[in-house]
Design a protein around this ligand. Structure first.
Ligand SMILES: Cc1ncc(COP(=O)(O)O)c(C=O)c1O
Length: 376
């Protein structure tokens, strides 16, 4: 049997990983500044993380949501104290797309409306509702398109937002904390406030997709918290499980739960909760949010020396380094010659970096040295 071939792949096979490094089958090390699409948050094979998962798998790995789930409660308690949303409720699922799918469904249930406002350049996942609010028709099959009305508006355009909301038929506005796949653009702090206020005025729920930008990646627990606003539903995945598949929604308590409203077989299973509890414990124990801010400062200072860099987008350790030429060759060079993984985005001139949140100045230094050689 062959694999269904949908991924362009690098010709590298990884056999182990530790901290910010991954190793191929010849034991060659690579600096991981991409974390497998921003998933690796607390470092590869962190001892607390692996220990917890090993202990859990020996006890019980899975049972469905038909029994009491103290691990879900423990995860909810930890999120209460670390997320800045102490009174919200938690629903657990398995991936980012599924989190957004549930968020849109919940907004429609709770407002009894079906139009959604999304932003140009957005990426919210590959299931049907998530694709319908993703600004890239090439990813959709006809069954995915127009299953509910969506207005795509420009980032930071106040007039378009008001126009889209004024008929009071919008169930939700969905926006990424920082756009990931789209190229690291985001709403201004002022616009975030305007958005929060206008959603309230027009009875639409504000869904913040923090799947890539959340769980500390921006230097705050969620990127939108730089704007001091509150969303109605926050969606999470990627860094939440440090590689163990888990997604989740934080839900404003004004949205009332009802039996059967949402559901999943695997969501919130014992192993997934254990992984996420370990991630939160490590974030706190190692003050990773502070580290993200410090390494961000250091990187911004170091990157100033390169005249070829046009702009640095993003926050914390979710950064897009924009050049005025395509970066494809540079990425291949970084990987093959310097053994450094980086990411791409919809913007061909942008190098995307999403390293583990605990990366140190020393560990990131080879990246700066490599850029010096490449750009000289
Ligand atoms: C902002 C954002 N939302 C949603 C998703 C979809 O997540 P998943 O691939 O886990 O379904 C992604 C994945 O890249 C993302 O970056």
């Amino acid at each position: 049997m062959n694999l269904f071939n949908v991924y362009p792949r690098f010709n590298i096979t990884l056999s182990k990983a530790e901290g910010v490094y991954v190793y191929d089958e010849n034991d060659e090390s690579y600096l991981d500044l991409y974390g497998g699409h921003g998933v690796n948050s607390v470092g590869h094979s962190h001892s607390i993380y692996t220990q917890r998962l090993k202990e859990q798998i020996d006890r019980i790995a899975f049972y469905s949501n038909s029994i009491e789930m103290p691990l879900q409660e423990e995860l909810a308690r930890k999120l209460s104290s670390q997320s800045g949303y102490p009174n919200y409720n938690l629903f657990l699922c398995n991936s980012g797309a599924e989190a957004n799918e549930n968020a849109i469904k919940l907004a429609s249930f709770s407002t009894d409306r079906k139009k959604v406002v999304a932003f140009k350049g957005s990426f919210h996942g590959r299931t049907s509702a998530a694709l319908n609010v993703t600004d890239n028709v090439s990813l959709s099959a006809s069954v995915n398109q127009n299953n509910f009305p969506v207005d795509f508006i420009e980032l930071n355009n106040k007039g378009q937002l008001v126009d889209a909301l004024k008929k009071k038929d919008v169930c939700a506005v969905i926006v990424e904390g920082i756009q990931g796949v789209g190229g690291l653009d985001s709403l201004s702090e002022d616009y975030f406030s305007f958005l929060e206020q206008n959603c309230k005025e027009h009875g639409a729920l504000l869904i913040l997709d923090e799947i890539q930008s959340g769980f500390g990646r921006s230097g705050k627990f969620f990127a939108h918290q730089y704007a001091n606003i509150e969303a109605d539903i926050i969606t999470m995945a990627k860094g939440m499980g440090n590689g163990f598949p888990i997604g989740g929604l934080l839900i404003n308590p004004k949205i009332k739960a009802k039996n059967g409203m949402l559901g999943t077989t695997f969501g919130g299973n014992h192993l997934a909760c254990t992984a996420s509890i370990a991630v939160l414990e490590i974030i706190q124990k190692e003050s990773l949010l502070n580290n993200v801010k410090q390494i961000n400062k250091h990187l911004l200072k170091e990157l100033k020396q390169f005249n070829d860099i046009k702009e640095i987008k993003g926050k914390g350790l979710m950064l897009g380094i924009e050049f005025d030429f395509p970066v494809k060759e540079m990425r291949i060079n970084l990987l093959s010659k310097y053994h450094i993984f980086t990411g791409a985005s919809a913007n061909p001139n942008l190098l995307r970096i999403l390293p583990p949140l605990g990366i140190t100045v020393k560990e990131i230094a080879p990246f700066i040295s490599a850029l010096k050689e490449i750009l000289s």
